[in-house]
Design a protein around this ligand. Structure first.
Ligand code: ADP
Length: 626
């Protein structure tokens, strides 16, 4: 006959009829009975130890022969097998099978009787065990675990010690208690034959204190003698303390985090905890109000409720499967505000019975708006760039194709004027003059536009160029203009050779010189000074004139296309020259700046990078468009 029973926290929660019959206890009485009640003495202590180990998982199973007290108060011998099991609710249980062992009761009896004190099973446990004589006050025997826990070297050192040697008078663990006096009560209990559990403090050999959980059981074969079985729980207590303080730390983070923190219970699909940030993010005034918002009722991307639910369910599944998920979505607060939030969801399965998801949510509405604005700007910019590139191409082809008909208009009008000389009125002559001069103006504009387009569309070709040669050729080109205005040019510290694009650099100086000659003050002899110095990375040039100068408010503008400060009647021009200069300087990885005071001349300063780095022609194009 084999009985089966189940223990929960050492109480019999299930037993079959066989079990009741074997133990001669009514089945109804058996259910709910602490298992230790059907044992006594050493056996009781031993069971405590075994069940303890099974409960915490240090033992998976244990089988042995035991002496139990049946319902008629008789001692019987049984073989019991304990198995640690985890039931469907994830709870620890101990499953026991029991059968009466009548095969060799004598042997067992002897085994227990002869050497109760030295029960080898007991003494081989991981827990500390000693036998204490509460009448004569000394340790009678101790196992190796007790020696180890109390930091002695060998058993002999421990045996014979009175309580005062291994129990301290006081301890920070039990403030205000005289422990020696307190443990006197233990002796009283043992003398009365009572078993009991307690917490206590031992003083180890090196003086340190060890916090223990102990069970004391009278040995019964000698009056006033007890087994003391103990576990060192110092670490456990300290860990609990640390846990408490880490709990405090956690609470601090929880309450002071910049993020909204929300716990979602997966079983009930309800929010169970949230911090103040979460309340204000969702416009709820307390947790109860918050709980009324169903999580999947949030304003996720879709309007359609069903799609929203599906999306939410998928998000939860993903979090559970991958342990973490990140998502951006819209929410509508209770106050009706629409906010964009970023949520990091973490699955928390530390408590198997209560799986939940912790969501760390951050309001990113302004960030999102800024991102959108930036994206829009980028799209606009791209469109702008594209249209400007188109415009440049158009300018190139238009100006190029306009050249021939323009030339024809001018030259045929001139021919017409010539052949009709004397046959037409003065007014008619003037009209033709006007056509010719307008045609010439237009030709200048078209030429300048073409130059600008060419500068833009051709990459620079750097080579070692001789600046002196450029200046000589420029002066030759501008000679008549210079002579006409009596212009004096001083070249100061000008380097001979630089590494640059020959044609383009000539264009830069040509435009700057032309302007310096053009925008002169009446009655002042124009003087232009070209100066240069070099740094490790750049050539640094200045072109200074003593002309009309430029008012501060226009100094930035004049580098733009078609930006002119005067009409063509006063100073002729197209407003493209400085735009070309700026473009070329940028192609040489340089910069151009202007210093000027209205009426006191202008100084254009620019740099040319010495390094050979190829400028990004596209970038250059983009930068210059405005
Ligand atoms: P343009 O010379 O064909 O008018 P630019 O682009 O070369 O076009 O110059 C733009 C404007 O900047 C000029 O119309 C003029 O008003 C001003 N400017 C340029 N250079 C000088 C200078 N050296 N002194 C005074 N004003 C200048």
């Amino acid at each position: 006959m084999k009985g089966i029973f189940q223990l929960k926290e050492n109480k019999i929660v299930f037993a079959n009829q066989n079990c009741a019959d074997l133990l001669k206890i009514d089945l109804k009485q058996l259910i709910g009975l602490p298992f230790l009640d059907i044992s006594e003495g050493v056996q009781q202590l031993f069971f405590t130890n075994i069940l303890n180990h099974l409960n915490i998982g240090e033992l998976e199973e244990y089988q042995s022969e035991f002496q139990l007290k049946n319902g008629h108060n008789e001692l019987g011998y049984y073989t019991i097998k304990f198995d640690r099991i985890i039931n469907e609710n994830n709870e620890n249980r101990i499953l026991g099978t029991i059968k009466a062992n009548l095969s060799n009761p004598k042997e067992i009896e002897n085994y227990i009787k002869i050497d109760r004190r030295y029960n080898s099973l007991l003494f081989n446990t991981l827990d500390g065990v000693y036998i204490y004589d509460y009448i004569n006050e000394y340790i009678v025997d101790a196992n190796s675990a007790a020696v180890r826990i109390l930091k002695y070297d060998k058993k002999e050192e421990l045996v014979g010690l009175p309580r005062s040697k291994f129990v301290p008078e006081s301890s920070p663990f039990f403030p205000g208690i005289n422990l020696l006096k307190y443990t006197d009560t233990h002796g009283d209990k043992v003398k009365r034959g009572e078993s009991f559990s307690t917490h206590g403090i031992f003083k180890s050999k090196d003086g340190s204190q060890v916090l223990v959980k102990a069970r004391v059981v009278p040995t019964f074969h000698k009056y006033g003698e007890g087994f003391v079985m103990f576990q060192d729980v110092t670490d456990v207590v300290q860990a609990q303390k640390a846990l408490k303080s880490s709990g405090k730390k956690y609470r601090y983070v929880f309450e002071n985090s910049h993020e909204a923190i929300v716990y979602l219970d997966l079983k009930s699909q309800k929010i169970t905890i949230c911090n103040d940030n979460a309340l204000s993010l969702f416009g709820a005034s307390n947790l109860e109000e918050f709980q009324k918002i169903s999580f999947n009722g949030f304003y996720l991307e879709r309007e359609d409720e069903k799609a929203k639910d599906e999306e939410f369910a998928a998000l939860i599944q993903k979090t559970i499967a991958e342990e973490r998920a990140e998502v951006d979505f819209w929410i509508k607060s209770k106050l009706g505000e629409i906010k964009r939030v970023k949520a990091v969801l973490v699955s928390d399965t530390s408590d198997k019975r209560k799986p939940r998801i912790v969501a760390f949510i951050r309001d990113i509405t302004s960030l999102h708006e800024a991102q959108l604005a930036l994206e829009n700007k980028n799209t606009e910019l791209e469109k702008y760039i594209a249209s400007n590139l188109e415009l440049e191409n158009f300018a190139y082809f238009a100006s190029h194709d306009l050249q021939t008909p323009l030339r024809s208009i001018i030259s045929f009008t001139q021919l017409l004027q010539h052949s009709l000389k004397g046959k037409i009125s003065v007014d008619q002559q003037d009209y033709m003059d006007f056509i010719i001069s307008s045609g010439k103006n237009m030709k200048t504009l078209v030429d300048d536009l073409l130059t600008y387009s060419r500068v833009n569309t051709t990459e620079i070709e750097r080579e070692e160029i001789d600046l002196n040669k450029i200046f000589v050729s420029l002066c030759a080109d501008l000679r008549s203009l210079m002579e006409e205005r009596n212009v004096k040019i001083d070249f100061i510290n000008v380097p001979g050779k630089v590494y640059a694009d020959d044609v383009k650099i000539k264009q830069v100086f040509q435009n700057l010189f032309t302007n310096a000659i053009k925008f002169t003050k009446a009655g002042v002899e124009p003087n232009i000074q070209i100066n240069a110095r070099e740094t490790e990375e750049f050539w640094y040039f200045t072109v200074k004139d003593n002309g009309i100068g430029i008012a501060p408010e226009f100094q930035d503008k004049i580098f733009g296309m078609f930006k002119r400060l005067h009409t063509s009647e006063v100073y002729e021009g197209t407003g493209i020259g400085l735009a070309i200069v700026k473009k070329i300087i940028e192609q040489h990885n340089g910069e151009i700046t202007l210093e000027s005071k209205l009426g006191f001349g202008s100084t254009f300063s620019f740099t040319i990078a010495k390094e050979l780095k190829k400028p990004n022609s596209n970038e250059g194009t983009r930068l210059n468009i405005n």
